[in-house]
Ligand binder design. Structure first.
Ligand SMILES: NC(=O)c1ccc[n+]([C@@H]2O[C@H](COP(=O)([O-])OP(=O)(O)OC[C@H]3O[C@@H](n4cnc5c(N)ncnc54)[C@H](OP(=O)(O)O)[C@@H]3O)[C@@H](O)[C@H]2O)c1
Length: 398
């Protein structure tokens, strides 16, 4: 088995980053860490750097460089900071790069890793949403690859053969339904950040947890799947599966449907992306179906979870719409976590931002470079979404 040896972890201090390093530890993987990259968590980054001895440890927030330097003094690990150091670290000579920075900030480093010809294990969904075709083309041209880490896309990746793509009738993404699956809209209108963050099956970062509660996460995943597997929007469906055991399915033209199953643990798709096309022997939790019990499925409710429709519409509109939707959602989720708006306002802010941008002709871009175009759409969407949030801030949320 030939496993990557020189690896980098972007977003090493987050949920996926920590799981990646934990997997290396548990599998006894003989890796040489080229770079560890974090945003602000200097304590955890320094701890990881002292354990894994990467060539470089990068903290994006430049004001934290002295603190990082102090913690790494005498260790031989180079400390660096700032957005350009993040991109530089992402392009360093690694064979395999875990892309697990959260948000639009992950786009430039992910593209840099792809341009450098690494195999990119892709958790950061925003790079696909905002520049999917460019990212995939860049990786191909550079002789690397993009292997999805999101459990749903990893599932499809494992049961989808590109040479059989013409025989695929539908991709079916499963969704747990999040913490508010059985809640009425009235109950959801009073949901707190703590309740939204309490995902029933998965332990994840704050942004994706809230996105799971609104189902915007599933909407983003529909867009990702359409790009990753070159599937038209109308052939990507979603089904609610509260147990999170079936991670997604591919339906073929003859009515045969293939699924991938496993316990809800991100280390499984990470292991798959690390060893692909081989399989990594590690002490993974095994699936005992008799113990799991009934597996159930239901239709998503578009009334209570409008984010799914917004994402499909953005995918159908194309152009800047997916990027704008993503930027608006990042602003809306932050505002909710800071208790400036209510839970149901999140989808409202996204919808109103897209409508205003459309009305004001702000979806058009005069940039030829798709990444610059995405950057412009993201910045505009953030500005407009900020205005919408301020307009919404009722005294109750202020
Ligand atoms: N968690 C999951 O199970 C899961 C599943 C599928 C896909 N994903 C996707 O994977 C990505 C990571 O998710 P997560 O749950 O691991 O998020 P998370 O726990 O919030 O971690 C995010 C990571 O990104 C770093 N970061 C934030 N801003 C940065 C910046 N400007 N430059 C460099 N690093 C920055 C953070 O550093 P600090 O903490 O040091 O600030 C942290 O290491 C997201 O795009 C998410 O949608 C996650």
């Amino acid at each position: 088995m030939s496993l990557p040896r020189r690896v980098s972890v972007l977003g090493s201090t987050g949920s996926v980053g920590v799981s990646t390093l934990d997997l290396f530890e548990r599998a006894g993987a003989e890796v040489e860490i080229v770079a560890l990259v974090a945003g602000r968590n200097v304590e955890r980054l320094a701890e990881q750097a002292l354990r894994w001895r990467p060539g470089v440890a990068v903290i994006e927030d430049e004001s934290l460089l002295p603190a990082l330097r102090e913690r790494l003094a005498g260790s031989g690990v180079t400390a660096a900071a700032g957005a350009s150091a993040v991109v530089e670290a992402a392009s360093a000579d690694a064979q395999w790069v875990m892309s697990a920075i959260v948000g639009f900030a992950g786009l430039a480093p992910t593209l840099a890793a792809a341009r450098a010809g690494a195999v990119v294990a892709l958790a950061n969904k925003e790079s696909l949403i905002c520049a999917g075709p460019t990212l995939l083309r860049t990786a191909k041209l550079a002789g690397g690859a993009v292997i999805p880490v999101d459990s749903e896309h990893s599932a499809i990746f494992q049961v989808f053969s590109p040479s059989n793509a013409q025989h695929v009738a539908r991709l079916i993404l499963t969704a747990s339904g999040g913490p508010f699956r059985g809640w009425s809209r009235e109950q959801m209108s009073r949901a707190t950040p703590e309740q939204a963050l309490a995902h029933p099956n998965w332990s994840m970062g704050a942004k994706i947890s809230v996105d799971s509660a609104t189902m915007m996460n599933k909407g983003l995943e529909v867009i990702e799947a359409a790009y990753l597997f070159a599937m038209p929007p109308e052939r990507v469906d979603v089904v609610i599966h509260p147990q999170s055991i079936v991670h997604s399915l591919v339906e073929y033209a003859d009515g045969s449907t293939l699924a991938q199953l496993g316990p809800p643990d991100m280390k499984a798709p990470i292991a798959c992306a690390f060893a692909w096309p081989d399989r990594l022997p590690w002490p993974a939790q095994r699936l005992d179906l008799a113990k799991v019990g009934p597996l159930t499925f239901e239709e998503p409710d578009p009334e209570r979870f409008p984010a799914l429709r917004l994402a499909k519409d953005a995918l159908l509109s194309g152009g800047a719409a997916p990027t704008a939707m993503n930027g608006a959602d990042e602003i809306a989720v932050s505002a909710f976590l800071e208790r400036r708006i209510g839970f149901l306002d999140i989808a409202g802010v996204v919808e109103e931002t897209l409508a205003r941008m459309d009305r004001q002709g702000l979806m058009r871009s005069d940039q030829n470079d798709p990444v610059e175009s995405a950057r412009a759409a993201d910045a505009t969407a953030r500005r407009v979404a900020g205005e919408v949030v301020r307009g919404l801030m009722a005294p109750a949320h202020a």
